[in-house]
Design a protein. Structure first.
Length: 300
């Protein structure tokens, strides 16, 4: 398992994907050479490699996959699950200057688009390697699929060709309904932050399925991880059960959170945001979307 969020991969997310079993000598310990959760006192149904780290970038995810690939090929009959991170991240930069509206860094939207193209290149390479070596693979993208389509207009070398070759059947949250009420002419940090924050998968998923977010208001809470893990596992077993299936099948799903900016305006969060990105995003929504369209404003 590879991904940008270690906390979402360990229990209960991991307990759904690879359940604990009784210690009986027939099962392998969870502590594999690359198991960063290091829960050596737990036995699981299958051995696994957990390469997840908080705020991990896609270059790091790809490089870890490549370094682990020989062991995956040798193990045979292996499942690969990769949750791709925000594309603008690199090993050196986790998006602080790119998104921070208070930063003096020059705004360069191309930084994001080049990152998205890099993500697609990694996804395509991993896809082809998994097919070549008969590895069952599954992808989840943090970014909305519409953002990947948006980057086509920038004419980045080989991007459209690689994007068109991606097998959407193996990407949990592709396709989704096209975005609505977003300004896709991304020429300011404020516009970039709105698009980035209101389309990121996990916060959208929590809002849509009415599940709690983690204390940082950025990741899945415990119950949300378990429910999300069940959806992903069912989809791996039956590829027709992608995110669109769960959106349609769930009685309490407010699907607007996955594509419509207007869904975020009534109440972006319950409680106080603790992550600087979310704090700024709430301020931008208030100033650019809520106040200009309100009949009255009450501020205490």
């Amino acid at each position: 398992m590879h991904g940008h969020d270690k906390e979402s991969i360990i229990s209960p997310w991991l307990d759904v994907i690879n359940p604990q079993v009784e210690k009986d000598g027939n099962y392998n310990k969870s502590c594999m050479p690359h198991d960063r959760s290091n829960r050596c006192n737990v036995y699981r149904k299958k051995p696994y490699y957990n390469q997840s780290l908080v705020a991990k970038s896609n270059p790091e995810i790809f490089n870890d996959f490549m370094s682990t690939l020989p062991k995956l090929i040798e193990a045979n009959n292996v499942s690969v699950i990769i949750q791709w991170s925000h594309s603008e991240r690199t090993a050196q930069n986790k998006n602080q200057g790119f998104l921070n509206v208070r930063s003096t860094d020059k705004f360069e939207p191309e930084y994001w688009w080049v990152g998205v193209a890099r993500t697609v290149e990694y996804m395509y390479k991993v896809q082809e390697l998994c097919k070549k070596h008969n590895l069952n693979y599954s992808f989840i993208t943090t970014e909305h699929p519409a953002i990947f389509k948006l980057v086509e207009k920038y004419g980045i070398d080989k991007y459209t060709e690689q994007l068109e070759k991606m097998d959407e059947k193996y990407i949990f949250n592709w396709p989704l309904r096209n975005l609505e009420n977003f300004d896709l002419n991304i020429d300011t940090k404020e516009k970039a932050l709105l698009l980035w924050g209101c389309t990121s998968l996990h916060i959208s998923w929590c809002k849509a399925f009415n599940e709690e977010v983690a204390p940082d208001f950025k990741h899945l809470g415990d119950n949300a991880r378990r429910r999300f893990g069940i959806q992903v596992c069912d989809w791996i077993a039956d590829r027709d059960k992608d995110l669109s299936y769960w959106i349609d099948e769930s009685n309490n799903c407010n699907k607007n959170y996955f594509y419509n900016l207007k869904a975020w305006l009534d109440n972006y969060w319950d409680g106080n945001a603790t992550h600087w990105v979310e704090k700024q995003l709430r301020e931008i929504l208030l100033e650019t979307e809520i106040k200009p369209n309100a009949d009255y404003i009450y501020e205490s």
